[in-house]
Write a protein that binds this ligand. Structure first.
Ligand SMILES: [Zn+2]
Ligand SMILES: [Zn+2]
Length: 163
């Protein structure tokens, strides 16, 4: 919360070159199954939350943008490619998983269901394993060092010992 009790959110791309801050209430949180969102995210669907009623500030770097239609732009990190924004005449939405705490932003509606991939609704029923359960076939997991930006703001990035 800020001094005047407005909620605060931060997030950014995986490499840390682009970071954002949102002050104020978030709008609708959704997933979009439309083919354009699939392509823009390289994924089965794109989870987005509207920030049109809040104050969005790009606190480090700026997203590179691709105009995906005559109505919308897709923002992403030009260094690492993380999808970050959907920008249309009715406002900006940010990729939910790019937030530092995506667990706080639960989607409440699905859009673009005409293009929903046929197996998406069955994913929750697939067999599942924790990451470390796979260590037998991927022993590098035991000494894995992440080069991704952490889930909080940083004064400087990348760290001095990794220039
Ligand atoms: Zn990046
Ligand atoms: Zn879409």
């Amino acid at each position: 919360m800020s001094l005047d009790n407005r909620p605060q959110y931060s997030g950014g791309c995986q490499c840390g070159a682009v970071r954002f801050h949102v002050e104020g209430a978030l709008g609708d949180a959704s997933v979009c199954h439309c083919r354009m969102c699939q392509k823009a995210s390289g994924n089965f669907y794109l989870p987005l939350v509207s920030v049109r009623e809040a104050k969005l500030t790009w606190t480090r770097g700026r997203p590179k943008k691709f105009q995906s239609s005559n109505a919308a732009w897709r923002g992403f990190c030009g260094d690492c490619g993380t999808p970050l924004s959907y920008e249309a005449p009715d406002g900006v939405a940010l990729a939910i998983a790019a937030f530092d705490h995506p667990e706080e932003i639960a989607p409440t509606i699905q859009w673009g269901t005409e293009a929903k991939l046929p197996y998406v609704d069955g994913i929750h029923a697939l067999p599942g394993e924790d990451t470390m359960q796979d260590i037998g076939s991927a022993p590098f997991l035991a000494t894995l060092v992440s080069f991704q930006h952490p889930d909080h703001d940083t004064d400087r990035w990348p760290p001095e010992d990794r220039q």
